[in-house]
Design a protein around this ligand. Structure first.
Ligand SMILES: NC(=O)C1=CN([C@@H]2O[C@H](COP(=O)(O)OP(=O)(O)OC[C@H]3O[C@@H](n4cnc5c(N)ncnc54)[C@H](OP(=O)(O)O)[C@@H]3O)[C@@H](O)[C@H]2O)C=CC1
Ligand SMILES: O=C(O)C1=N[C@H](C(=O)O)C[C@H](O)C1
Length: 262
């Protein structure tokens, strides 16, 4: 498969370039980054001391030279890349988080023309955790207060994380609710007692934390905690390559990591 990486000079972009270069069934053909990035013109493998012959570019027309684009950038970048994917019939794996409802609708619309995997977390472990949360939420559907806590590195720009939102959605869905209707996004000052049936979120940012998530089910006399901790971004990169291979068999449609791992 010919692979394009968007956000080539980012934390995930670099992990993905390394993973693609190590995959015998994949060839890196395109490396994109934003207009004005100091990385433009550099060889995509230069951070590894490796010559790939692929220079980092901001020319979205280059997407025509890939079977699948893997995008870990920012929502506005992803949506521009996605339009280019539609124009060139290139499949797309989206790992970027922080989309508005309108952005999500644009992804849905694009997936009617090309095959897209869109998931806030590509790791096998997190996707298994989402299934565990569904089971826990069905069993603990009354008498338990649910709180979602996440911690990430100091450079993360969106909160709560896409994964924390997906975890909240898993619980809300198991309870037959919409997350937006029952979420408490933050607390400050005189909040009053906690309401039953809400899902609270709290967020920590600091240092180089790769990504920690815990969902608490707090009852009377007991507490259940379901946690996932990432110690390396490799798991996200490997999951993304798995998603790209999955898309090779699809013409169009919107898929998530539960589909890829099924
Ligand atoms: N689904 C998953 O499994 C995971 C998802 N993520 C998500 O992936 C995204 C990227 O994370 P991370 O790699 O840590 O972030 P980084 O900031 O390290 O990398 C983002 C890259 O995208 C570039 N970029 C920024 N804005 C644009 C734009 N408008 N158009 C094109 N390129 C742009 C950045 O360039 P510059 O630095 O010059 O601005 C940078 O090279 C985040 O949304 C994060 O939440 C992260 C890990 C796992
Ligand atoms: O920005 C990150 O780093 C991560 N973002 C994703 C998210 O928002 O859930 C996935 C992972 O937690 C790392």
């Amino acid at each position: 498969m010919r692979i394009a990486i968007a956000g080539a000079d980012g934390r995930m972009g670099r992990m993905l370039i390394e993973a693609v270069l190590q995959s015998p069934d994949m060839t890196l053909t395109v490396a994109l980054d934003r207009a004005g990035s100091p990385a433009l013109g550099q060889d995509a493998g230069s951070f590894l001391g490796q010559e790939t012959g692929v220079a980092i570019t901001d020319d979205l027309g280059a997407i025509a030279n890939a079977d699948c684009l893997i995008d870990f950038t920012r929502p506005e970048g992803t949506l521009a890349h996605l339009q280019a994917c539609v124009e060139h019939g290139t499949r797309c794996v989206i790992g970027t988080t922080g989309f508005t409802e309108e952005g999500r609708r644009a992804i849905q619309a694009a997936s009617q023309k090309i095959a897209v995997v869109f998931a806030p977390n590509m790791s096998v472990g997190v996707n298994a955790t989402l299934k565990l949360l569904d089971i826990a939420a069905r069993l603990l559907n009354s008498g338990y207060d649910v709180e979602v806590f996440e911690a990430h590195h100091r450079n993360k720009v969106d909160a709560p994380s896409g994964t924390a939102l997906a975890m909240g959605e898993a619980v809300a869905h198991a309870w037959g609710k919409n997350l937006d209707d029952i979420a408490d996004w933050a607390r400050h000052g005189e909040t009053g007692a906690r309401e039953t049936g809400r899902i609270g979120f709290s967020v920590m940012r600091g240092g180089d934390i790769v990504g920690d998530h815990t969902v608490f089910f707090c009852g009377t006399g007991e507490r259940i905690e379901i946690s996932h901790r990432s110690s390396s971004r490799t798991t996200y990169a490997q999951g993304s390559l798995r998603a790209a291979r999955y898309l090779a068999r699809k013409e169009f449609g919107l898929f998530d990591m539960q589909d890829v791992l099924a």
